[in-house]
Write a protein that binds this ligand. Structure first.
Ligand SMILES: Cc1ncc(COP(=O)(O)O)c(C=O)c1O
Length: 441
């Protein structure tokens, strides 16, 4: 057994070496010892050593790894035929109708894409056309994709492109970091910052085309917003002639519970909604949903065509995902299970002095870790992520300081499996950062 493990480890080392000399050493890998998965099923992943991991991190397999229904739908359609969308296909139109039925009635048109980046790039292009302006508002510590346009407004990871002259950044308020200020004060200050950013774009002659935000602000660390913030933000953007783009790549498709889309849960009313990651459960599929008026304005003078987007095979994947979410009641399940986990995380927050706050909703959680002085604690967060992986549980970390543990499992996770995640997390915290004698419960 030991010899077999040594041989497998040697093979992984060789694979890593070959990866470095082809894909390159800059393409990131999770964990000190990269994991090499060879099989998936539901919330489980199995690595090359035969070890199983409970996946409490990945949102692409929203309806479970290797979902049989999605796999069968893709296999059947690809074995039948696959063409681009310049040919009529009933499955594509059925998918468009079924997807749009999950939105409010005003959002009744969809463009298909292959990724979140393409969706956001297209939405920004549409907003620029419709508004006649070029200025963009983006938040601190955000990521919306990898195109040139998006790189020029990336604040959440390193890029060499200069920050766009036509872009202004603003900070999302977090009541967990209010520094003693009351909610109305936090709200007023945050909205004043947005107004200032808009004024700056107008003075520079760019005007405002759009604000692009993730309704849950996941990369930003799942901040706890003051009541009325998103409504106030949207009003300021609309008053300046801009459009509101909700990036649902992470927060969409039932992730936040109660409703299909993050904006429906948080109260943000968007003009454009962008989608990616979970839509095809691993099959590349994304989209931009908007109103007929916006589509008419843009598409009457811009021919949008995208070879691989929304093909019969992609649509078959998308329809199978929607059917799974509907039939298994995953949206409401995310809400119910989420309440249960939130309560448990709140207990951990109360008992452990290095846990500053429990964040998130539905099946998207954060646990913010600090040091003894209350400063962000990325080292502890990293240690916990590694410890959990060694115990067979996948989570990650987010936030401006990488100090917020990120828990975002496939929606098919069960209550018992979530208990295992939270129990293991709690134990790992106590082991990595023991409570002082006499403290805690
Ligand atoms: C919020 C958000 N938007 C957009 C993207 C880009 O999506 P993709 O990698 O599919 O291009 C990501 C990817 O991580 C994301 O998290």
């Amino acid at each position: 057994m030991a010899a077999q493990c040594a041989e497998l480890a040697a093979r992984d080392a060789e694979l890593l070496e070959r990866r470095g000399t082809t894909i390159g050493p800059y393409s990131p890998l999770f964990y000190r010892t990269p994991r090499h998965f060879v099989h998936g099923e539901g919330v489980w992943l199995t690595d090359a050593f035969g070890r199983t991991y409970l996946d409490a991190y990945n949102n692409v397999p929203q309806v479970g790894h290797a979902n049989p229904r999605v796999a069968a739908a893709v296999a059947e359609q690809i074995a039948t035929h696959n063409v681009h969308t310049r040919y009529l296909h009933e499955g594509v139109v059925n998918y468009a109708e079924e997807l749009l039925a999950t939105f409010s009635p005003e959002l009744d048109r969809v463009y298909f894409t292959n990724s979140g980046s393409e969706s956001n790039d297209l939405a920004l292009r549409i907003a620029r056309h419709v508004s006649g302006n070029s200025g963009i508002l983006t938040t601190d510590f955000s990521y919306h994709g990898n195109t040139l346009t998006l790189a020029a407004m990336t604040t959440g990871l390193d890029v060499s492109e200069p920050f766009g002259e036509h872009v202004r950044r603003f900070t999302i308020p977090d009541l967990d970091h209010a520094g003693g200020r009351g909610e109305p004060e936090v709200l007023a200050e945050a909205l004043a910052q947005v107004a200032e950013a808009i004024a700056s774009l107008q003075e520079a002659g760019h005007g405002l085309s759009a604000v692009l935000v993730d309704p849950s602000f996941s990369t930003e660390g799942l901040p706890r917003l003051p009541q009325g913030y998103l409504e106030g933000l949207a009003a300021l953007v609309h008053d300046a002639g801009g459009l509101v783009i909700a990036d649902e790549v992470q927060s969409g498709l039932g992730r936040l519970g109660w409703a299909w889309w993050g904006h429906q849960v948080t109260g943000l009313v968007p003009d454009l909604v962008t989608m990616g990651k979970p839509l095809g459960n691993g099959f590349p599929l994304g989209g931009v949903v908007t109103s007929q008026a916006v589509m008419d304005s843009f598409s009457s003078t811009n021919m949008y065509f995208n070879t691989f987007a929304g093909t019969p095979v992609a649509s078959a994947a998308g329809r199978a995902v929607l059917a799974e979410v509907h039939e298994r009641g995953l949206v409401q399940r995310a809400a119910d299970l989420g309440e249960r986990v939130r309560a448990r995380l709140a207990e951990i927050e109360a008992e452990h002095p290095l846990v500053a706050s429990a964040k998130g909703r539905g099946l998207f959680f954060g646990l913010e870790l600090v040091d003894a002085d209350g400063a962000p604690n990325p080292e502890l967060a990293k240690a916990i992520v590694e410890r959990l992986a060694n115990e067979g549980i996948l989570i990650s970390r987010i936030g401006p300081h990488d100090s917020v543990l990120k828990i975002r499992p496939p929606l098919v996770i069960t209550a018992e499996q979530l208990d295992v995640v939270v129990d293991t997390l709690s134990r790992a915290l106590h082991e990595a950062a023991p409570l002082p004698v006499g403290a805690g419960a």
